[in-house]
Design a protein around this ligand. Structure first.
Ligand code: MSP
Length: 665
C-alpha cells in the first residue's frame, strides 16, 4: 500500500465560498477517492486561511470582531465540504493553536539557518492578493495579478534570504521536471527565478491580525509564510506530540498540492525555499488548474461574478455539479461556467447517455428475465460480446491511468465512450426482437448479462466523481459495496443476482435557461446544504420563483373529466427510432405501449433529438388517436412533447420505472 497526502489551498475567509473554491475541493476529492479505490492510504487536507490585512478589513466592514467574523466564514467553508460530500480527513484553520506552534517552529528553524534578518520594507503591497509588488511590475500603478489598487508601505520588517535559494531552486527544477503539472507552469517559474530573486519581506507591524513572530511580538508573520505552513501543521509539525515525527516522515514526502494557477509562485518558489531553509523535503508535486470564467472574466468575489455552488447542487444534484466541473475543465486550461453549459451537459451526458443506459439495461432484465441476471458462459460468447468485454477492459485501464495522471476530464470522456459502446451493443442486439423467439434465449441472456456487467464497471469508474450515482447504480444491481479498482474486471457480475427495481438516475431537467436563472442567485451567497436535484436544500433560501404564468381565463372551452378521460394517455418505451427520409422534422418510432405488438408512431421531433437518443426512453403517448399517414408512413398515436414559444419540442418526462402501457390520468 502506498501513501497519498493531498491538499487544497486553504481559502481566505474574506468572502463566502463559490464555485471556484468548490472546484479545487471537488477535484482533490475526486483524486482522493480514486486513490483510495486504488488501495492507497490517503490523507486529505483542506481548510481556511484566516490571517492578514484583507480578512481584518473584511471583518471591520461586516462590523464584527475579527475572531467572530473568522468563525462564521470558516464555518461556511466547512459546510461546503459537508454539502459537497468531500471526503477530507482534516480541516485546518490558521487561527488554531496547533497552527501557531507550527508556524513559529518553522520560523525558528529558518532563523537558525541564518535566513532571517531585520530591515525596513518600503514599497507597494496588494491587499487583495496579499503580495508585495516591486515597482517595476506595477501595471498602470496597479497590481499585475488582480488589477487592484496597491498601497504604499514603509515599515520595519523581517526579511527572508530568498536570493540565497536562486541556485538551489533552479537545480531542483532541473532535477524534477514533473514538479508542476502542467509542465509549462514550471517553465514560467524557472524564468522568474532566472531573472534574479530579491529577499522577501516576511513580517508586518502595521496590524495585529496574524501569528506573532517568535521573540518579537510587535511583528506578525506575513500571511503567506503563515499560510503555507498549514500543510505541515496538519501532520503535527511543531506540536512535540508523540507520533508527529513518524506522521511527518510517512506523509510529507508524498504530498501533492492542488491549487489554482494564480498561486503557483507562492507554492513552487517561496514554499520550497522556506522548506529548504528549514531542512525539510520539498513537496512531491503541485497541480495547478485554470480559472473558472464567468461572463469572460475570472470568477471572483472582487468582480462580483461568482456562482453559488448551492444553487447548482440544488438544481443538478451533487453528482450533476461534480460531473460538469470535472468533465468541462481539463487540468491547466480555463473553462466557462454558464447555465447553458451545465444544463446541456446534464441532459446530454447524464440524463440521455448514462441515465438511459441504466434504465434500459435494468428494465430489460426485469421485463425479460424477471429481474434475475442471466449468465454468459465464456465459450458461448460471439464477437459482439467479446468486443464489448475487450472495450470494457481497455476502458478500466485508461481510466485508471487518466486518474493517476490527474486527467479527470479524460477519464470521464473514456468512460462515456464505453457508455455509448454499450448503448450501441444493445441497439445492435435488439433484445426486444430477440425476446420474440425462444430460439434466441441464449443470445438474449448474454446480451442482458453484458449490458448489466458493463454498467457495473461504469458505476465503479464514475465513483470518484459521482459517488451518489455510483451507489445508486450498484443498489439497482444489488451490489453492496464499492468495488476496489485493484480487482475491477469485466465479466465478474454474479449471474443469478436478483435486481432491485429501476429508478430514474438523472431525470432530464426540462427547464429553460430563463427558468434556471430565476433559481440561481448570482451574488452574495449564504451557506446552505445542498441536496439531490429538484429538492430545495433544507437550509437554502427558497429559490426565487419564476413568475407564475397567468391562470388561463375561464371560458366555455373548459372540458369535463369525462371528456378528458376519452383521451387515452399511456406510458410507452421507445424500442427503435429512425429518421424519416427527406423530412427535417419527422422521426419514425417503434414503441412498446404494453400491447402484444409494438406500434409505429411518427413524431415531429427530429430537430430536437437524434434517433439514437430516443431508444430506451420512457415517453407518454396518446394511444387512441385515429391512425394518420405522415410522409407515407402510418402513425398510430402521438407522442407528448412541450414546446416553449418559438422553441424546439421537449418530450414530456415520464419516470422510467413505470411499466409500458400504464395509463396517464
Ligand atoms: N489563501 C490563499 C491560499 C493559501 S494556500 C497556502 C488563497 N485563498 S483564496 O480564497 O483566494 O483561494 C484561491 C483558490 O481558490 C485558487 O487557488 C483556486 O484553488 C480556487 N479558486 C478561486 N477562484 C477560482 C476560479 N475562478 N477558478 C478556479 N479556481 C478558483 O489564495
Amino acid at each position: 500500500m502506498s501513501e497519498s497526502y493531498l491538499t487544497t489551498p486553504i481559502y481566505y475567509i474574506n468572502a463566502q465560498p463559490h464555485i471556484g473554491h468548490a472546484y479545487t475541493t471537488m477535484l482533490t476529492d475526486a483524486i482522493a477517492r480514486s486513490r483510495r479505490l486504488m488501495g492507497d492510504d490517503v490523507f486529505f487536507l483542506t481548510g481556511t486561511d484566516e490571517h492578514g490585512q484583507k480578512v481584518d478589513r473584511a471583518a471591520q466592514k461586516a462590523n464584527l470582531p475579527t475572531p467572530q467574523f473568522a468563525d462564521q466564514v470558516s464555518a461556511a467553508f466547512r459546510q461546503m465540504c459537508r454539502d459537497l460530500k468531500i471526503s477530507n480527513d482534516d480541516f485546518i484553520r490558521t487561527t488554531e493553536p496547533r497552527h501557531f506552534k507550527a508556524a513559529q517552529e518553522i520560523w525558528r528553524r529558518v532563523q537558525r539557518a541564518g535566513d532571517i534578518y531585520k530591515g525596513e520594507y518600503e514599497g507597494w503591497y496588494c491587499t487583495v492578493d496579499e503580495i508585495f509588488v516591486p515597482e517595476a511590475q506595477l501595471v498602470d500603478g496597479k497590481c499585475p495579478t488582480c488589477g487592484s489598487k496597491v498601497e504604499r508601505l514603509k515599515e520595519e520588517s523581517y526579511y527572508f534570504r530568498l536570493s540565497k535559494y536562486e541556485k538551489p531552486l533552479l537545480d531542483f527544477y532541473r532535477d524534477h521536471p514533473d514538479f508542476i503539472q502542467p509542465d509549462f507552469r514550471l517553465n514560467e517559474v524557472r524564468t522568474f527565478v532566472e531573472a534574479g530573486l530579491q529577499d522577501l519581506s516576511i513580517s508586518r507591524t502595521s496590524f495585529k491580525w496574524g501569528i506573532p513572530v517568535p521573540d518579537d511580538p510587535k511583528h506578525v508573520m506575513y500571511v503567506w509564510f503563515d499560510a503555507l505552513t498549514n500543510y505541515l501543521t496538519a501532520l503535527g509539525f511543531g506540536s512535540g506530540d508523540a507520533g508527529a515525527e513518524e506522521r511527518i516522515a510517512r506523509w510529507w514526502p508524498t504530498v501533492t498540492h492542488f491549487i489554482g494557477k494564480e498561486i503557483v509562485r507562492q507554492h513552487a518558489l517561496y514554499w520550497p525555499a522556506f522548506l529548504m531553509s528549514a531542512g525539510m523535503p520539498v513537496p512531491h508535486r503541485i497541480v495547478a488548474h485554470g480559472f473558472w470564467m464567468m461572463g469572460g472574466a475570472k470568477m471572483s468575489k472582487s468582480l462580483g461574478n461568482v456562482a453559488r455552488y448551492q444553487d447548482y447542487a440544488g438544481i443538478f444534484g451533487l453528482d450533476g455539479l461534480r460531473y460538469f466541473v470535472m468533465r468541462e475543465m481539463p487540468i491547466g486550461q480555463d473553462a466557462s461556467f454558464s447555465d447553458e453549459a451545465i444544463l446541456t451537459r446534464f441532459n446530454a451526458d447524464l440524463a440521455n447517455d448514462l441515465g438511459n443506459l441504466v434504465s434500459r439495461a435494468i428494465t430489460m432484465i426485469h421485463r425479460y428475465r424477471d429481474g434475475r441476471v442471466p449468465s454468459s458462459p465464456v465459450e458461448s460468447r460471439d464477437a459482439l460480446d467479446t468486443d464489448l468485454v475487450a472495450a470494457t477492459t481497455a476502458t478500466i485501464e485508461s481510466v485508471k491511468a487518466a486518474f493517476s495522471e490527474i486527467e479527470v476530464s479524460q477519464a470521464l470522456q473514456d468512460t462515456w465512450a464505453l457508455v455509448s459502446r454499450v448503448n450501441k451493443y444493445i441497439v445492435e442486439r435488439a433484445p426486444w426482437v430477440l425476446a420474440k423467439d425462444a430460439a434466441n434465449d441464449a443470445t438474449l441472456d448474454r446480451t442482458l448479462y453484458h449490458a448489466a456487467d458493463t454498467l457495473r464497471v461504469i458505476a465503479a469508474l464514475v465513483d470518484p466523481v459521482m459517488p451518489d450515482a455510483a451507489g445508486r447504480i450498484r443498489a439497482m444491481l444489488s451490489i453492496d459495496s464499492a468495488e476496489p479498482w485493484t480487482s475491477l474486471k469485466a465479466g465478474t457480475l454474479a449471474a443469478g443476482a436478483q435486481l432491485r427495481p429501476v429508478e430514474a438516475l438523472f431525470p432530464r431537467i426540462e427547464k429553460t435557461i430563463e427558468e434556471l436563472r430565476g433559481m440561481t442567485t448570482p451574488n452574495e451567497p449564504t451557506p446552505a446544504s445542498a441536496t439531490t436535484p429538484g429538492t430545495p436544500s433544507p437550509a437554502a433560501p427558497a429559490p426565487a420563483a419564476a413568475p407564475a404564468p397567468a391562470p388561463p381565463a375561464a371560458t366555455d372551452s373548459r372540458i369535463s373529466i369525462e371528456d378528458f378521460m376519452k383521451v387515452e394517455l399511456r406510458v410507452a418505451k421507445v424500442l427503435e427510432a429512425e429518421a424519416v427520409p427527406k423530412s427535417k422534422k419527422l422521426i419514425k418510432l417503434k414503441v412498446d405501449a404494453g400491447e402484444p405488438e409494438p406500434r409505429t408512431i411518427v413524431a415531429g421531433i427530429a430537430e430536437a433529438y437524434q434517433p439514437d437518443q430516443l431508444v430506451g426512453r420512457t415517453i407518454a403517448i396518446v394511444a387512441n388517436l385515429k391512425p394518420a399517414k405522415l410522409m407515407g408512413i402510418e402513425s398510430n398515436g402521438m407522442v407528448l412533447a412541450a414546446s416553449p414559444e418559438g422553441g424546439l419540442p421537449n418530450l414530456v418526462a415520464v419516470d422510467p420505472s413505470l411499466p409500458a402501457g400504464s395509463r396517464v390520468r
